[in-house]
Every structure is written in C-alpha cells, then in structure tokens.
Ligand binder design. Sequence first.
Ligand code: FAD
Length: 394
Amino acid sequence: MTTVAPARPDPFALTEEERAVRDTARGFAQRELVPTVAQRDEDERYDRALFDRMGELGLTAIPYPEQYGGAGMSYFAWVLAIEEIAAADMGMAVSLSVHVLSQLCIHLAGTEEQKARLLPPMAAGTHLGAFALSEPGAGSDAAALSLRADPTDDGYALTGTKVWITNAGDAERFIVFATVDRKRGRDGITAFAVARDTPGFTVGTHERKMGIRDSSSAELIFDGARVSSADRLGTEGEGLRIALESLASGRISIASACTGLARAALEHAASYAAQRTQFGKPIAEQQMVAAILADAVVAVEASRLLTWRAARLRDAGAPARAIAAASSAAKMFASDAAMRVATDAVQVYGGAGYSRDNPVERFMRDAKGAQIYEGTNQVQRLIIAQHLIEEIRR
Ligand SMILES: Cc1cc2nc3c(=O)[nH]c(=O)nc-3n(C[C@H](O)[C@H](O)[C@H](O)COP(=O)(O)OP(=O)(O)OC[C@H]3O[C@@H](n4cnc5c(N)ncnc54)[C@H](O)[C@@H]3O)c2cc1C
C-alpha cells in the first residue's frame, strides 16, 4: 500500500542517497518488523535483535559524522528513515529515536575524547542509548529535577530516581541529567553519560504501558552511583541546555514517526473501506466515510510537510530558537494528527476496529503516547507561543 507516500514525480527532489536510505528502512520495516509487531506488542517484549539488525543496516546513526561511526547524512535523511520504521512499528521507532537523541547529547557537548570513546559503539548499535531527564516530581517542569550529583574525589555520586526511561531495559549507555546544587536551579543541572554496569545504579520497575508496548520504559535508581568526571558532558550547569537543544531535534524525529504511524493507519482504513460493503456499496463510497479518509490524507501530508520543514531548517543551520519552534510545531501537529487518524481508522473498521485481531487499535494506543513524551503538546504550545512573542518584540 503506497497511497499516501510522497507522490511521484517527486516534488521534493529527494537525492539518490535520500531515496536509498528511505528504501533501506522501508524494506527492513516491512520484511522484519511488520510480521512480528502484533505479537511483540501482545507480549510486551522489546526485541534487541531487531535493534541490532538496524545497526547492521546503518540506521542507528544516520545524521552523525562518519568520523564517529555515523552515516554522515542530513537530519532530513534521518526523518525519511524513521517515518518508514514507525509506519511498521511505532515502539521500535521510539526506541531508535531515543537512541539517536542520546547520541546527540554527546555530539553537542562531548569532548573529542568522549566522542571517540562513546559514540562508535552507539553508532554501530552495539551500545543502545537512553535519555534520562524525567523524574517522579519533574516532568513538564524538567528544571525542577532533584537527582543529586554530589562531588567526590574523582567525580560524582548520583542519588535519586528517574522515571519513564525509554530503552532502560536494554540500554548500555544512559544520558542522565542531575543537579550539582539544587539552589542553583536550572544552572545546577549537569549531564552525565552513565554506563549500565555502574555500581549503585539499577534499573527499577518497568512501566505497564497502554501503547508502544514492544519498547521498554522503566525507572532508574541511583544510590550513590559513582560516575567519573571523564563521563560528565559539558560543564557543570550546562545540562539543561544540552537536554533542551537535543529535544528540539528529537521532536522532529518523533513528528516523522507520527507521520509514519498516521500513514499506516490511513492505508489500513482506506483498504478496508474500499472492500467493506454496506448498503450495497463499499463504505468508502459513503460520503461520511469518504470525508474521514480525505481528512486523514490531508493530516498525513501536512504532518510530513511540517516535519520536513523543521528538518530542513536544522540542516540549513537555522538559529536554535527557530529550530525549536519549528520542531515543536511539527511534533504537536503530527502527534495530534496521528491520534486523530488512528482513532478514525478504528471508526472506519467499525466493530472490527475494536478487535485486537486488527492493527488499527494498536495504532490508536501507540499514537497516544506521542502527545505526551518529549514534552506534552501543551508544553509544545508554550514553546511556539513564546517564540512568537519573542519574534514580535524583536
Ligand atoms: C511512553 C513514554 C516514554 C517516555 N520516555 C521518556 C524518556 O525516554 N526519557 C525521559 O526523560 N522521559 C520520558 N518520558 C516522560 C515524559 O517526557 C513525561 O511524561 C512528560 O514530559 C510529561 O511529564 P509528566 O508525565 O510528569 O506530566 P506532568 O508534567 O505532571 O503534566 C501533567 C499534565 O499537565 C499539563 N501541564 C503541566 N504543566 C503545564 C503548563 N505549564 N501548562 C499547561 N499544561 C501543563 C501537561 O501537559 C499534562 O497534560 C516518557 C513518557 C512516556 C509516556
């Protein structure tokens, strides 16, 4: 089913390289993710072997320099790939997206030594990455985090808890945000690249999620975990900037994943509507069903355009605040659109849509999370509005 893939002839003039990376991701997703995603969702099982396979295919560090094991391609090429993964399996797309996000923190703030040491195994997919910002008392208000990083002779002792950390079950490298002094507020927040086998660090309770159940999300517990100064990213107090700048890019990736999910939901709904007959004709020819499908086509196209715009701005080196506003707009719109299109797909299927024997109910459950993670859509609206006001006052 290719009804809503970008039209041919291609008005966006994708390069041969961009088409190749998209086709690699699409081929892998359709061959190796689609056949097993329903069972992995049912079992609530993250399949590390599938992630390893993405590493072998060169999909785990597309937008990063070859010098550190990446594919040396644009962020635009990366979003082409993640749309394809998500169209097959949103849980695996979120896992991969967070892995790419965690590498970005190292690219943004790491020293040459840290980049050379930490990035190649992550780029190859042999080290899975996680990004640990959220805490029980600090979600939308990330600057209120309370995980402590107390100075020691040779580094820091981390004490506190993180929650909802994607990839926690399998990750080898965790980017952890902690405070060296709560009184300093956001200026005390500091980033660390923490290894899984660090003494005093354990993975706690796993979340029992509504959707993306084939990805792992868990609590992290730090009980005086000793982290060397060599694994601090950037300076003390630079952590929140690193987190927010990384998330501004990560949201473009989530927006593209939502575009893929919405596209898959639409493709299923359209196929079903074309063959399901009621009142003597296919339901696709009933005007109210046709209107649902038409709205979904426009939602998918608009999501993709906002996402591609944000990716192109990033590749063009636009100012960080402009990229942040564009990525928030893309993430907010695309995740709301994915939720609506997936919910409508269930409606088009009627009773069959409510059955776990059909994939559309999974799309609906999977879509919901994207309105929440990497900043809720209320927070995205705050970012967009703040950017607007700043522009007006300039
Ligand atoms: C599937 C999943 C994966 C996740 N993965 C990660 C991960 O890998 N790493 C990580 O660090 N975190 C992760 N998270 C956590 C996620 O980032 C937080 O859940 C999110 O930031 C919201 O925080 P919260 O849950 O504490 O909600 P709260 O901040 O308590 O918000 C509750 C509600 O209040 C609204 N709200 C809060 N403040 C405002 C405001 N100022 N204006 C308007 N509305 C407001 C919110 O929009 C929301 O609707 C994940 C979450 C999920 C569900």
